[in-house]
Design a protein around this ligand. Structure first.
Ligand code: AHR
Length: 519
């Protein structure tokens, strides 16, 4: 039976596996994996942009999460929460994507600048009022305090090319009427705007377009995004949903000359969008389903990249996975339109698995944005009034900081399968990088919640005499941090790796994420 499942999975993701696999160990047993870290082989640059975070006007993602209004008792600097900012700074967040999402294609930037801010309805997310208090100036102030770059998504859905062009001019122009207006509104100097999205999900909430029509619209809007002399804005076309390969084919074929990248959105949704599952109340089948669906990212980036290779063999265009992460049922008692969910060890393993996949595909995957930053979907941070907690996903992003602007080291890994019910996934995913200082780091995720896996690792072209590391795991599959107990799932020193003459032996606990630093 297991062999039949194994064959089925191999067929499903043929050519896309990170790993080759061996039969899974019986429950509770130890198992082994073999890995080679090829430090003598060239690897792609791992862009720090892979650690971008998405912050949408959705629920308490911005309001209360990042920003509080004047007079708030929550400590803040010009509205930006001091506690949230400090926590995010520790992650060295490279880029923040804003204002949506679906919100972007109904967002009119003029309503969010100056003194008069009309109160609108957020038609996508809960039908609540949108005060427009957080607009362009507030966003730019936030990213500047954070030390991150802005990635702004423009309104293609119900905005005009003129409106979009004027927004870009308002943000970036050193002179002219719009620059003067920016100055009157409090910011004389032009902002740096390295990344701009031409709409969002044009196949859905961004306008329900067909790929051919979206390609023409993208060409038109992109034409009028002008940059001041000596500056450059990378323009990203709105890309595919999950496995809509035709969308990527048509968009890349028709827009390659106008754009610098194309996006991809893929969410890990146990159950389905119509029948979502709890973030915290799940059994082992729910765990396994989440792991198997998350691992699908490997197949998706492989296949979308292959299509891009046809039209862009030199790999100039970025594949920008600017929405990824888990999507569960909202927490009981919260507004379903706010997408507020808890975050457990399961999410930590999902995060590490995806980061390992992105590092492997660093030659094409140049930017990704987890959805989302605070209080929405697979968040880094949850807040409750003045309280704040760091989620297990936050801690994984912290552990993987050395991956930012490092060089990928190609690895081979032979992992056992982990399976439960119809869900089958390689238990171990991993990636390795050499940072700018030359230090090697290895990240591993064990998707098996029951089995300790001993990873026998050969190191080629790597001279190391010591290994240290951190591990993130929990007593239960749904171990989580709460406002009362915010430190239940936190990284701990890892002592399960030994360097010997034959290489490295790593004893990987069940349901864990491990990051090793070699010296
Ligand atoms: O991240 C939540 C929503 O998911 C975004 O607004 C949209 O782009 C996607 O469908």
């Amino acid at each position: 039976m297991l062999e039949a499942i194994r064959q089925a999975v191999v067929a499903t993701v043929a050519g896309a596996l990170l790993v080759s696999v061996t039969p899974v160990a019986a429950q509770g047993q130890a198992a082994t994996a073999q890995m080679t870290v090829n430090g003598d082989q060239p690897g792609a640059h791992v862009n720090r942009e892979i650690f971008t975070q998405f912050a949408e006007h959705l629920g308490h993602g911005i309001y209360e999460g990042v920003w509080v209004p004047p007079g708030s008792k929550i400590p803040n600097v010009r509205g930006v929460r001091t506690d949230v900012l400090a926590a995010l700074k520790e992650l060295a967040v490279p880029v923040v994507r804003w204002p949506g999402g679906c919100f972007a294609d109904e967002y009119h930037w003029r309503e969010g600048v100056g003194k008069k801010r009309p109160v609108k309805i957020n038609t996508h997310w809960g039908g609540v009022t949108e005060p427009n208090s957080f607009g362009t100036h507030e966003f730019m102030h936030f990213v500047q305090q954070l030390g991150a770059d802005p990635y702004v998504s423009g309104n293609v859905g119900n905005g005009s090319p003129e409106e979009m062009a004027e927004w870009v001019e308002y943000m970036t122009s050193p002179a002219g009427t719009l620059a003067d207006e920016r100055g009157k509104n409090g910011h004389k100097a032009a902002w740096k705007l390295p990344y701009f999205g031409i709409g969002n999900e044009l196949w859905g909430c961004g306008g329900n377009m067909r790929a051919e029509y979206a390609a023409d619209v993208t060409r038109r809007y992109a034409t009028f995004i002008k940059t001041p002399e000596g500056t450059k804005i990378a323009k990203f076309a709105s890309g595919a949903n999950t496995d809509d390969y035709n969308w990527t084919e048509v968009m890349v074929r028709e827009t390659a000359r106008q754009i610098d990248g194309i996006t991809l959105h893929y969410y890990t949704v146990p159950g389905s969008f119509k029948n979502k599952q709890s973030a915290t109340q799940f059994d082992e089948s729910g765990w396994a389903e989440t792991m198997a669906k998350s691992y699908r990212m490997e197949e998706l980036v492989t296949k979308h990249s292959a299509i891009m290779d046809k039209y862009d063999p030199a790999k100039r265009l970025w594949l920008v996975v600017d929405e990824w992460g888990t999507w569960y049922l909202n927490e009981p008692g919260t507004n379903p339109g706010f997408l507020y969910q808890q975050n457990t060890v399961r999410d930590a393993v999902v995060a590490a698995m995806n980061l390992n996949i992105f590092a492997k595909h660093a030659d094409r995957v140049k930017m990704t944005a987890i959805a989302q930053m605070v209080n929405v979907l697979q968040a880094m941070i949850l807040t409750d009034g003045a309280k704040m907690l760091k989620t297990p996903t936050y801690h994984v992003f912290h552990m993987y900081k050395p991956w930012q602007d490092a060089t990928n080291i190609p690895i081979e890994i032979k992992s056992p399968w982990y399976s439960k019910d119809q869900w089958v996934v390689p238990a171990v995913t991993a990636s390795a990088v050499r940072d700018k200082a030359g230090q090697v780091h290895i990240g591993l995720a064990n998707a098996d919640p029951n089995t300790t896996i001993t990873v026998t690792t050969a190191l080629t072209g790597i001279t190391a005499t010591t290994v240290s590391g951190t591990v993130l795991t929990g007593g239960a599959m749904n171990a989580m941090n709460t406002f009362d107990q915010p430190n239940t799932v936190v990284p701990q020193p890892f002592t399960g790796a030994q360097l010997g003459t034959g290489g490295l032996t790593i004893t990987l606990p069940p349901k864990s994420v491990v990051v090793l630093d070699l010296k």
